[in-house]
Design a binder for this molecule. Structure first.
Ligand code: PEP
Length: 258
């Protein structure tokens, strides 16, 4: 079972390998004061190998922002599970809203990626979330249910021990808009109810469900106290040492395991 709470930083397409290496050297040291929180750095592919040289002697983990489902072949621009593993990667973000909505990834592809990651012993961080118009049309529950069922199709109860879910409302990613505590909590409850129906109550309770969407040091303590929130997937605020460490610190101080 994956330990909670979790704080994962998704750097997106920011930082050169050298910038990333320097950042992780400084940040990982400061994070040693943050006890009991699993910290995951998700840099661009080009920085993974060298950042692992820093992280391998720390309790922190390395994650990738994407992975392809085929193991090798003529897939220009893609990267395989084995290649990530050889760089020390343990986690893979799958189905991030930018992959879904900018690069057109389908639920079917996302499901194939989840299976490929599991087969290669990577922990998938499966991202789901509704767009603004979907929230306004009151279909958030339906969207989250569809994305969860499709993304987890064929995943066994035992394999669920290796899955992290990230609820990221698309309208809150990179916009400065954050879900309210009530909105985050309600969505996390929906996720737990679906997992409970698909698997079992215990599996739903044990699964780490992260919130993502403009998390910052000043909203982290309220959001981590929201019932059902087991940590954060952080974009913008994970790029600066001060804000990333401050958020991890808030999680350490305020997370209450239910
Ligand atoms: C993300 O990229 O997953 C994300 C949540 O970004 P931000 O924190 O910048 O909204």
């Amino acid at each position: 079972m994956i330990k909670k709470p979790i704080v994962a930083g998704n750097w997106k397409m920011f930082k050169t390998p050298q910038e990333g290496y320097d950042f992780v050297e400084t940040t990982s040291d400061l994070l040693l004061n943050v006890i009991g929180v699993k910290v995951i750095f998700c840099p661009p592919f080009t920085a993974l190998f060298h950042i692992n040289q820093v992280l391998k002697d720390t309790p922190h983990s390395l994650g990738a922002q994407n992975v392809h489902f085929e193991s090798s072949g003529a897939f220009t621009g893609e990267i395989s599970v084995d290649m990530l593993q050889a760089c020390g990667v343990e986690y893979a973000i799958i189905g991030h809203s930018e992959r879904r909505h900018v690069f057109g990834e389908s639920d079917e592809w996302i499901n194939k990626k989840v299976h490929a990651a599991l087969a290669g012993n990577l922990y998938p961080i499966l991202c789901i979330g509704e767009k603004l118009d979907e929230r306004q049309q009151n279909v958030t529950t339906e969207i989250l249910t569809r994305q969860l069922k499709a993304g987890l199709k064929g995943v066994s109860a035992v394999q669920m021990e290796s899955i992290v879910i990230a609820y990221e409302p698309v309208w809150a990613i990179g916009t400065g808009l954050t879900a309210s505590v009530a909105q985050a909590s309600e969505a996390h409850l929906v996720v737990r109810r679906v997992l409970s129906e698909l698997y079992a109550e215990k599996i739903a309770a044990d699964t780490a469900i992260l919130y993502g969407g403009s998390v910052k040091p000043d909203n982290a303590s309220a959001l981590i106290k929201a019932p059902g929130v087991d940590g954060f997937l952080i974009g913008g605020a994970s790029l600066k040492t001060d804000s990333f460490v401050a958020i991890a610190d808030e999680v350490m101080k305020n997370y209450v395991k239910e």
